[in-house]
Ligand binder design. Structure first.
Ligand code: SAH
Length: 237
């Protein structure tokens, strides 16, 4: 591990030798399993550290600074575990659900969670539209994370049903964030959300810094949301 100690220091996220080793194991597993499970298009260790690890830790820093980092949390469409798993390695007390629709990725998540000996992480193989109908899951979370899953208007419908009132959806976006926020007005009104922050995240490497969008759940989400699997992205609110 080269880039990570410097990044964590810059973000004031102290990582013990054991935590750095966990990131190292995670990185090796990603590189080994990626061709089979389609985990990441990146093949360079430095690029993975920046795009996947450092960006996830920058999100953690922003969430703590904003006072919205809380358990339990759900990472929707987590893929190979981003941003949820790096945050969990850095903050072991977090109670975390990793939700992923693709079976091969869910299997990878199960394996890496076991290998790293992480406690209080639940991997769920399924779609947000379906899991949000589970009474044990609906309205359960204080924090929902999602990166690179859907435009904000769709994400609002997928994520807000999981939150209790007062909980937040935190999602890193690209340069289109302000437009996505505008286009999400109807979805926010329908699902009970209010945009609380749109702010730059610490850049993890060259190129433009991502933009963090934080949505707070301020009213109950009507039972009809989310609509059935596929509809939120096909016919966004
Ligand atoms: N968040 C990860 C992965 C992004 S790719 C990262 O930033 O690296 C988007 C992932 O979301 C894919 O793995 C896809 O299978 C998953 N996904 C998309 N729609 C979903 C849904 N409705 N429910 C659960 N997972 C979903």
């Amino acid at each position: 591990m080269d880039a990570l100690p410097a990044v964590s220091k810059r973000l004031s996220i102290g990582l013990s030798p054991e935590q750095l080793q966990a990131f190292d194991i995670y990185l090796s597993r990603l590189l080994i399993e990626s061709p089979r499970a389609g985990l990441t298009s990146l093949t360079d260790r430095g690029a993975i550290q920046r795009r996947h690890f450092a960006e996830s830790l920058a999100l953690l820093r922003a969430l703590e600074d904003a006072g919205v980092f809380a358990s339990p949390a759900i990472d929707i469409g987590t893929g190979a575990g981003f941003p949820g798993l790096p945050i969990k390695i850095a903050r072991p007390a977090l109670e975390l659900t990793l939700l992923e629709a693709t079976g091969k990725k869910a299997v990878f998540l199960e394996q890496i969670v076991r290998e790293l000996g992480l406690q209080n992480v639940t991997v769920v193989h399924g779609r947000a539209e379906d899991l949000a109908r589970d009474p044990a899951q609906r309205g359960r979370y204080r924090l929902a994370l999602a990166r690179a899953v859907a435009p904000l208007r769709t994400l609002v419908e997928l994520a807000l049903p999981f939150l209790r009132i007062g909980g937040v959806l935190a999602t890193p976006k690209g340069s289109a964030a302000p437009r996505e926020v505008e286009e999400a007005a109807q979805a926010l009104a329908a699902c009970g959300g209010t945009v609380e922050r749109v702010q730059p995240l610490a850049a993890a490497g060259p190129g433009p810094a991502p933009t963090l969008v934080v949505v707070r759940k301020t009213a109950e989400t009507p039972e009809r949301f989310p609509r059935r699997a596929g509809t939120p992205s096909r016919r966004p609110l």
